[in-house]
Write a new protein. Structure first.
Lengths: 373, 422, 317
């Protein structure tokens, strides 16, 4: 019997529910295993997972969020004028894209492995630095340099799986052990980058000052526009792939119940490795794109972003690429809108408040799958 | 018994510390007498943390100063050698304390740095005040002046209230008066940025001007577009920024993207007065903009020679306050020569005597002559790369001469000098 | 690569290391109570430390409370903060609690940085240590009788380790009581503890509050050591270093915390004496690299800590 704090299957450890089994894989509807089996069936037959009780819950969450967004926008329009509100929304879209891209990998690893990866932010930094060395150091054009950063980060993530996570799982390491290893890994990656590149800020060879004029006097930076297009494009592609592709179904099966998935003949080692490759690649892309748009890169850039990525992940519901997309964008809007009302110095605090409130009010995420709780 | 084991371990570990402490106490060496001694300059710089980018250039400047001192001492025929030890303050007062203790234990008798006020205050209160060890921080907050330092803190960096005043005068002259003119202020949310922004705001509003902001931003924000939009809103008459290059690079890109920003209206503080414009700041944000900067860093022969010296040595490029750090190092060395001993309290006593018009002027280009003069008992006035050193009663440089410069084709060009008085 | 031995042998240096190690020992005692004894993943300990240090400084500077009262009150206020944060978040398990507490700590640091009228903002607070300076002088006068009068850091060293000793005695005593046994039961199997009729939530809340009080004391001592408090002094890194101390000393062992802290800080501080053929900013990265490697190495090879007992570990799959 695992102790409750090692058990990652439920965010709420309610002592009052002591009579139920500790590992409540299926959670919400109280039919342990049923949904896992359903997902497995779906994985095998190739049809989408059945829409059950979670649809209703998700619908309620969506309506709630939509109402809050509309109310916030209405307040913005009324008090700050259409142009200001629209410009802040565009800025929120840009920030939200970084958050969403960064959050997807975090969310996948959390969903499949029940691992909160504190080193995820530093994986973003790693990808950005690799791209930077290829672009500014070796003179590669930005697109191949970005691909280089993405591949290198995917390789780093896969290497961490092979060198640390797989052996640790084989030893049945506990959650606390794994969590602290991610913290240690975060320190190691960040400081190795500083050892290699120094603490000075560096920048990609990009013109970050030009902007595209949009109708209504609105503007978006040229690089920012490309970042939003490339970022959202990559996100939607990945989300769709995971939603309908075989790998995504296998991931969900693992997320629901790892041993059951194993019994059902899924090659869990391969799926987990693929999860890490995806998470790493997306982290690398997030790192390159967000540092490209900001213009400057320092070794602590990713770690500074980490809590915002947690917030986006929790907001969107873990293990769900669409959720991370929605969570990231929501967080981006919230932060930029807030800057119109309160001093921008409080902007980062807004993200922390959202993280805490979401954890307290709807720990499975505003848009999350209740089954994953 | 486990409890017994725990207690044993605890007692052992405490005893270990005490034992090492006692052992070390017996090894403390005495002060080497004049005239032959080796002086150790302790260089406290933030190599990591938020101020990390300032560390390496400052360290290089003090290293160059040490080399100049050694060369001059040899030329002057003195049996004095200088060495430099350095430690990382990690931009953190706690770490700065350990770093300072470490340097002092390595024999440092005069400290250059640290770069921030919190670090300086921690070191002052915990170590240097009681032991009368002189410290020449490159932090510029006004707060460091009001603190009771027992005459151990000396600054080659002018305090920020003077700088804010210089900024006010520069903006006022450009706009033809302050009355009714709106200045948008942006600042990095740090002791440096916040202090300067608030002092500027007070002076400007006192002259009848209007302020938009001040808008603080964090160095770690994922984007600065909304802040930039607020800063340029309503086309203010001028922009004033108190920031460091790493953050300003991101902010200025966002300012340019608004399409409503004009570098001609921009005035920046000394930490941004870098020439040439670093690759991390878009050139369009600074070309045509104005910067105030302490001293006369571009015009004088010693400043030109220092520029050549600095650039010909390996290591980082020119950076804000490197000349001040160089001067701090030279001052430490000269004070030790004047004291004729490697004793911190004597060096602290000699430091203020190197400043002021009473002495005959020497630059670092006449360092050997300056040393000879000091040994002959002549009073000298060190004219630094960062400007003439004029310590007031608080150990602050009271010479309120600022260069107002502008960037042309990426390089700072002197426009005129501003005399800022309190 | 050379090592500077003169400075390494200086008493001043080691007393300084001892103070920091002592402060982190007190700080990590709280983590030990939470993580090692109760099974609460408290990642926000640095936030409680900030609450304590700021409470003490504000009570002294703004409200002119006598220093000893302010010290006690600071611990009480941090405990209250622990209860508030715990009441909101302790029903979360494992990682979720870790995220909630680290976000709460960042929020505290954001308030410290931006609520300038109360906290001094970026400029921080200064000048709350007058009473301590008087006491330290009195202690130094007594110490000079035994020839230690010129070790100006010794009073803080003594007070820090005395507080650690008291806290250690208190917690070790508590561990043997029925209360301590319930905490352990919660860590081993929360559901079973609840089934036995124990109010698991209340026990967890008490555990977090005590940890917050210990963090506050550590924060007060830190404030006295650096003589200035400043938002960046309480970054998330402080909590992570606390965890490195914790795992080095061994989960579940209160005295081990002191060993872990002394060991880690000796290595960290001595590491800066090693002269590597590298630029200074890169050498400095080595230190935090060590923290990371310690966390990974201990968790991979000796998850029970260097001297912890294997049965204290709750890391069975």
């Amino acid at each position: 019997m695992p102790s409750s704090w090692c058990d990652r299957s439920t965010p709420r450890s309610d002592p009052r529910s002591a009579a139920t089994p500790t590992r409540r894989a299926a959670g919400a509807d109280g039919r342990p295993g049923d949904r896992a089996a359903a997902v497995l069936n779906a994985a095998r037959s190739g049809t989408p997972p059945p829409a059950d009780a979670r649809a209703a819950a998700t619908g309620a969450g969506r309506r709630w969020v939509a109402a809050a967004c509309i109310a916030a926008l209405a307040a913005l329009l009324a008090s700050r004028g259409a142009e200001t509100a629209a410009q802040a929304t565009i800025n929120g879209l840009v920030t939200g894209t970084y958050f969403a891209l960064g959050a997807v990998g975090l969310s996948l690893v959390f969903g499949v492995l029940r691992l909160v990866n504190f080193a995820h932010g530093d994986m973003l930094t790693f990808g950005a630095y690799v791209a930077l060395f290829l672009n500014a150091g070796s003179g590669w054009p930005i697109v191949p340099a970005t691909l280089g950063g993405v591949l290198a980060t995917a390789a780093l993530a896969a290497a961490s799986e092979l060198a640390i996570w797989r052996p640790m799982r084989a030893r049945r390491a506990g959650g606390f052990q794994m969590l602290l290893i991610t913290v240690g890994l975060a320190f190691v990656i960040r400081n190795c980058i500083q050892l290699a590149a120094g603490a000075d800020p560096l920048q990609l060879r990009l013109d970050v000052t030009s902007a595209v004029a949009l109708p209504g006097g609105l503007r978006i930076g040229t690089v920012e526009l490309w970042v939003v297009v490339a970022g959202l494009g990559a996100l939607l592609a990945v989300a769709t792939l995971l939603r309908y592709g075989r790998l995504g179904k296998e991931m969900r099966a693992l997320a629901d119940n790892l041993s059951l998935a194993e019994v059902a003949g899924i090659d869990t080692r391969r799926v987990i490795l693929a999860t890490w490759l995806f998470a790493g690649a997306l982290a690398g892309l997030a790192g390159v794109l967000s540092s490209a748009a900001a213009g400057i890169l320092t070794p602590n850039f990713g770690f500074q972003l980490l809590l915002s990525l947690f917030a986006a992940t929790i907001l969107g519901g873990i293990g769900n690429a669409y959720g991370a997309l929605a969570g990231g964008l929501l967080l981006g809007f919230a932060e930029e809108w807030s800057a119109l009302f309160v001093d921008a110095r409080w902007k980062l605090a807004v993200g922390f408040v959202i993280l805490i409130l979401t954890l307290l009010v709807r720990p499975n995420g505003l848009l999350g799958r209740p089954a994953l709780k | 018994m486990t409890r017994a084991r725990h207690a044993t371990a605890l007692i052992t570990s405490i005893a270990l510390i005490l034992g090492i402490a006692a052992g070390g106490a017996m090894m403390t060496s005495g002060v080497i007498a004049a005239p032959s001694f080796t002086m150790t300059i302790g260089d406290l710089e933030p190599y990591t943390g938020d101020l990390g980018p300032l560390g390496a250039p400052a360290d290089k400047a003090v290293k160059l100063a040490t080399a100049q001192l050694n060369q001059a001492a040899k030329q002057a025929g003195l049996a004095v050698t200088f060495k430099m030890v350095t430690a990382d303050t990690r931009s953190d007062p706690q770490a700065a304390l350990s770093a300072a203790r470490q340097l002092i234990d390595q024999g440092a008798t005069c400290l250059t740095g640290p770069a921030s006020t919190p670090e300086s205050l921690a070191i002052l209160n915990s170590i240097t005040k009681a032991r009368r060890i002189p410290m020449l921080p490159s932090a510029s907050s006004t707060r460091l002046r009001t603190v009771d330092d027992g005459h151990t803190i000396f600054r080659t960096v002018p305090p920020d209230n003077l700088q804010a005043r210089a900024l006010v005068l520069a903006v006022k002259q450009q706009l033809g008066g302050a009355q009714g003119k709106t200045v948008a202020i942006g600042y990095q949310n740090s002791p440096y940025g916040e202090g300067l922004a608030n002092t500027f705001k007070q002076s400007w509003t006192a002259m009848g001007g209007r302020i938009q902001g001040p808008f603080g931003y964090d160095p770690n924000q994922p984007s600065y577009d909304t802040e930039a939009a607020k800063i340029v809103a309503g086309s203010p008459d001028a922009f004033v920024f108190a920031d460091f290059p790493d953050t300003f690079g991101k902010v200025s890109a966002a300012l340019l993207r608004t399409g409503k920003f004009s570098a001609a209206k921009l005035f920046v503080s000394d930490a941004l007065a870098v020439s040439p414009i670093p690759a991390t700041i878009p050139a369009a944000a600074l070309n045509g903009a104005h910067a105030v900067n302490a001293g006369s860093p571009t015009g004088t022969p010693q400043a030109q020679a220092f520029n050549t010296l600095y650039l010909s040595a390996p290591g980082p490029k020119r950076s804000a306050l490197d000349a001040n750090n160089f001067d701090s190092g030279i001052l430490c060395g000269l004070a030790a020569v004047a004291a004729g001993a490697n004793t911190p309290s004597l060096i602290a006593t000699q430091l203020p005597k190197l400043s002021g018009p009473a002495g005959s002027p020497f630059t670092y280009l006449q360092l050997a002559a300056a040393m000879r003069a000091l040994r002959a008992g002549t009073r000298i006035h060190y004219v630094g790369v960062s400007g003439p050193i004029e310590f007031n009663a608080q150990g602050d440089t009271s010479a309120g001469t600022y260069d107002l410069s502008t960037w042309k084709n990426g390089a700072l060009v002197l426009v005129r000098q501003i005399n800022a008085k309190e | 690569m050379t090592i500077d031995l003169t400075a390494l042998a200086a008493p001043d240096f080691w007393i300084g290391v001892g103070i920091v190690a002592g402060i982190y020992s007190i700080f990590s005692l709280g983590l030990q109570l939470n993580v090692g004894l109760t099974g609460i993943l408290n990642f926000g300990q640095a936030g409680f430390m900030a609450v304590g240090a700021y409470a003490m400084a504000i009570l002294i500077l703004r409200f002119h409370w006598p220093a000893p009262v302010a010290l006690a009150a600071s611990a009480a206020i941090a405990m209250l903060a622990g209860v508030v944060i715990g009441a909101a978040s302790l029903r979360l398990s494992g990682d979720y609690l870790a995220m909630a507490t680290i976000a709460a700590a960042q929020l505290v640091s954001g308030v410290a940085q931006n609520a300038a009228p109360l906290t001094g903002g970026n400029q921080g607070l200064l000048g709350y240590d007058a009473a301590w300076t008087t006491l330290a002088r009195w202690m130094l006068a007594r110490l000079s009788a035994v020839g230690l009068g010129d070790q100006s850091q010794l009073p803080l060293f003594i007070v820090t380790w005395a507080i650690f000793g008291l806290a250690l005695a208190l917690l070790t005593g508590l561990r043997g009581t029925p209360w301590g046994r319930v905490l352990r039961a919660i860590r081993e199997d929360e559901a079973a503890a609840a089934a036995l009729g124990k109010n698991v939530f209340a026990y967890k809340l008490q555990s977090l509050a005590i940890a917050a009080g210990l963090a506050a004391l550590a924060g007060d001592l830190l404030a006295l050591n650096i003589t200035l408090i400043y938002p960046q002094s309480f970054s998330a890194d402080v909590t992570f270093i606390g965890f490195a101390v914790l795992v080095l000393g061994g989960l579940g062992s209160f005295a081990g915390v002191a060993l872990g802290s002394v060991l880690l800080w000796s290595v960290l501080e001595a590491a800066s004496f090693v002269r590597l053929p590298l630029a200074a900013d890169k050498v400095a990265a080595v230190q935090m690299l060590i923290v990371g490697l310690v966390l990974i190495a201990v968790m991979v090879w000796r998850p029970e800590g260097l001297r912890g007992k294997r049965e204290e570990m709750v890391l069975r799959g």
